[in-house]
Design a protein. Structure first.
Ligand code: NAD
Length: 471
């Protein structure tokens, strides 16, 4: 497989070029370097139709066979992670080693999901009747992925949906279509034709998919604003939905932590992937007794961070992934400057052609400033002081988002009590960004609707069927 040319869609197990194309831009240069197919309405119809056909056989294929195929697909990703990493970096921006980790990690994730099976319940098994509940697949799944973790978040959908017996039409973000198209090509050997179709296109393709009557369910990861549009579109024919959306995660740092240890970890949880992580620390609440110490340590780490082309050795943080997001982040920075907020900036920018933003810590801004209230999804971290636990929990919860949160504290029991009061689907205590295939991931409030991962996530791709048999 040539990773550096021939980006085609996969429909019914075959390579399908676009009738038109979209440009794919390297965010480190701002220049287009490849094109991807722009799927037409007729091609979308063809993808849905063949997925529907394939569903009839796939749902009857024994689950162990489906699991084996999903696990083998995971192995393919692991085998090709090294060579695919450079393509990932070119389209997404992240440094190569971390890009490889995402691809390899997605392969391992698929293998773990491949070990999961839905339960079956027997409510009664007597002389007069048998009543059992089994879980059945839904049909054709519409999967829509974002650009920040393009491989990982797509495979979070592919693995459980296919294990459950559904077929799928998967669409990557128009900003990062290439690795996903190549994975579609690679998986032609892993699944029967029509089981996994991969299409790409511009801004019109997402709405075209969510309004398509052939889908039984939409699994969407992206922004809260788009999630609302997806829900509206799905309402027309009551499609099932799972929405994984934005976040504005708070981290709370208590005064008894070892600052030298936590500073590095907090920096990573706020800035890894140039802060383009749904569950990144986006508001950092620090006890006043240690505020200055932690700020100075974070400033030192930020000062040493190398921001540049992810393809170059030694780059710690790549560019913002796309121009639209870059403009949004720069507008937030301009707003902070216009309001005379104190900015501590680091990150030696080694290349000025791309969408680079300096690593920025905002020193104790007012709670109502835009950098605190909005999801930046870029390297701008507001750091805020607190003195009272009840007050800081109220401030952490005073948001429409409810994705994740973190507590850093020397006393685990106290930390757990605080963690349990955060109104979020995931909470970490003295660790960061840990997610597992066997553990549910679900945003509360406007961070999501439904669940991914864990048994709850698998069952979102299935429906219970109660069977009553008279004896
Ligand atoms: P986005 O909402 O702009 O786009 C996501 C996907 O939706 C893309 O594939 C896009 O083409 C498609 N799309 C756009 N408009 C559509 C429409 N009207 N109908 C259907 N599809 C449409 O999000 P993004 O900028 O790619 O991603 C960043 C956002 O995603 C952030 O808010 C981040 O927090 C969130 N995110 C959430 C999770 C999570 O698991 N909760 C994970 C990663 C990212």
């Amino acid at each position: 497989m040539n990773l550096h040319a021939d980006y085609a869609m996969t429909i019914d197990g075959r390579s399908v070029p676009g009738e038109a194309t979209i440009d794919v831009i390297n965010p480190a240069t701002g220049e287009p370097f490849a094109t991807a197919p722009d799927c037409s309405k007729a091609q979308l119809d063809a993808a849905v139709a063949c997925a529907k056909r394939a569903f009839k056989t796939w749902r009857e294929t024994p689950i162990v066979e489906r699991q084996t195929m999903v696990a083998k697909a995971g192995d393919l990703l692991i085998t090709h992670a090294d060579e695919m990493a450079r393509l990932f970096t070119r389209e997404q921006g992240r440094p190569v080693e971390a890009a490889k980790q995402e691809i390899e990690g997605a392969g391992k994730w698929m293998k773990e999901v491949a070990q999961m099976s839905p339960p079956a319940h027997v409510s009664e098994d007597s002389d007069t009747q048998l009543i059992e509940t089994r879980y059945v697949p839904l049909g054709v799944i519409c999967a829509i992925a974002p650009w920040n973790f393009p491989v990982n978040l797509a495979m979070w959908k592919v693995a459980p949906a296919l294990v459950a017996g559904n077929t799928m039409v998967l669409k990557p973000s128009p900003f990062t279509p290439l690795c996903t198209l190549k994975i579609g090509e690679m998986f032609r050997s892993a699944f029967p034709p029509g089981v996994l179709n991969v299409i790409s296109g511009g801004d019109e393709l997402g709405p075209m998919m969510t309004s398509h009557p052939g889908f039984a369910k939409i699994s969407f990861t992206g922004s809260t604003a788009t999630g609302k549009r997806v829900m509206e579109s799905a309402a027309k024919d009551l499609k099932r939905i799972t929405l994984e959306l934005g976040g504005n995660d708070a981290a709370i740092v208590l005064p008894d932590v070892d600052l030298d240890v936590v500073a590095e970890k907090i920096f990573f949880s706020a800035f890894f992937n140039t802060a383009q992580i749904c569950v990144a620390t986006k508001r950092l609440y620090v006890h006043e007794a240690i505020y200055d110490g932690l700020r100075d340590r974070l400033a030192a780490i930020a000062g040493a961070a190398k921001v540049g082309d992810g393809a170059e050795q030694g780059t710690a943080l790549g560019p913002i992934q796309n121009k639209r997001q870059y403009d949004r982040v720069m507008a937030l920075l301009e707003d902070a400057k216009a309001n005379q907020l104190t900015l501590i900036q680091g990150g030696e920018i080694r290349n000025n052609g791309g969408y680079f933003v300096p690593v920025t810590i905002v020193d104790n801004p007012p709670e109502n400033s835009r950098v605190v209230q909005e999801e930046a999804f870029g390297p701008i971290l507001p750091m805020l002081k607190f003195s009272d636990i009840d007050d800081v929990i109220d401030r952490a919860n005073a948001t429409d988002y409810g994705l994740g949160g973190t507590v850093w504290c020397g006393d685990p029991d106290k930390a757990l009590r605080i963690a349990r009061r955060l109104e979020t689907g995931t909470v970490w205590v003295n660790q960061l960004l840990n997610l597992r295939p066997d553990t549910p991931f679900a945003g509360r409030k406007q961070s999501g609707f439904g669940v991914e991962n864990g048994m709850d996530g698998l069952l979102e791709y299935m429906a219970p069927q109660a069977v009553y048999l008279a004896r």
